[in-house]
Design a protein around this ligand. Sequence first.
Ligand code: HEM
Ligand SMILES: *[C@@H]1O[C@H](CO)[C@@H](O)[C@H](O)[C@H]1NC(C)=O
Length: 224
Amino acid sequence: MLWTLLLGLVAALLRTGNLAAAAQTANAIHRDPEIGLVFTSNFALYKSDGRGITYRIAVPDTAQQYTAYDAIIQMVVPNDVGWAGLSWGGSMPRSPLLVAWRGSSNNVVLSSRMASGHIQPTEYPGAHYTLFQTGTRSNATHWQFTALCRGCTAWQAPGSASARYLNRRGGNRLAMAYSPTRPASANSPSSAIAIHQVHAYWSHDFAQAANADFEAVVQRLMSS
Ligand code: HEM
Ligand SMILES: *[C@@H]1O[C@H](CO)[C@@H](O)[C@H](O)[C@H]1NC(C)=O
């Protein structure tokens, strides 16, 4: 067991060529006192010097398997990122995609997208994001946001016979994408975006991201 863990760590270090990655635990438990929820947290490198984007997810503990349930997504993004993407389906085509960037007045723009292939994704109305003021801010090095997503954990892609559901009780393969280029229409969620320079995958643990008071917290965040 320990041996497997060590091998995994060595493999990760070789892959990234960077010791900074060792400090980042996969599926770290992040208790956010400001939000009042537990998140599982994963860090995805986009530069070999150790720069990366943090992806955190919280879900309700009442969610049943094979149903649609809400999720809260929190991302921490270095200021040099043009746009940061998350694929809830773990690959680019036919998955709900979140594309996030900073608008012209330091505001966060969240764009819900889907792509039919490895082509420019278009707006996807099946998933809807509500940005919370709490847990959304920036400083000299990073920006972060916290948002509710409805429609990110279950979907039926156009032309597909069956629906996909994210596993509430274990890991889900997610994917990220990074571009250094800011979208042309800085404040428009439908802006054209440039292709990514980097993409990566990981298994995000949803079991330990379960929260008993999820709904109450959402109500509080909605009205603050
Ligand atoms: C203008 C927008 C985009 C274009 C033109 C584009 C194009 C492409 C192309 C051509 C590939 C194949 C690369 C290869 O095989 O090496 C690819 C792969 C990928 N893209 Fe995009 N992409 C765009 C936006 C996005 C966004 C917004 C996301 C996620 C939020 C994303 C996630 C991925 C991932 C994860 C892969 C790896 C292959 C896979 O898992 O499907 N892409 N993209
Ligand atoms: C800057 O903001 C990020 C995101 O909120 C945070 O993780 C980081 O600790 C902050 N840095 C400083 C120096 O406050």
